[in-house]
Design a binder for this molecule. Structure first.
Ligand SMILES: [Zn+2]
Length: 103
């Protein structure tokens, strides 16, 4: 498991920006599957990024667990998805063409 970074996130309920959380970034992983017909095929997949909320919201009083759940159920944020891809690209890890097939 990747090491978490401690970041400050926005409360999904009231927008208060000083919620402390452990952030486990999305990482690229590979899985090799073997089949008689195709030989071994390497698949890339991205793990989900994860937040572990460490503090309650001082402003609206939501508990850390509630905030965490709201983040997990989360609203899809295309801009954030894009940022993750950009970061993986910078690390030379993101290879869109090779999602399903690699010899
Ligand atoms: Zn709040």
């Amino acid at each position: 498991m990747a090491k978490p970074e401690i970041i400050e996130i926005k409360c999904p309920f009231c927008g208060y920006e000083k919620i402390k959380a452990n952030f486990y970034p999305s990482v690229l992983q590979t899985a090799v599957s073997r089949s008689a017909a195709k030989g071994s095929v390497t698949k890339f997949y991205r793990t989900k990024e994860k937040y572990e909320v460490l503090s309650d919201c001082e402003k609206c009083g939501k508990k850390a667990k509630e905030i965490e759940k709201a983040l997990k159920d989360g609203i899809k944020d295309p801009e954030k998805e894009k940022k993750i891809e950009d970061r993986l690209k910078q690390q030379g890890l993101f290879i869109p063409e090779i999602k399903t097939k690699l010899k």
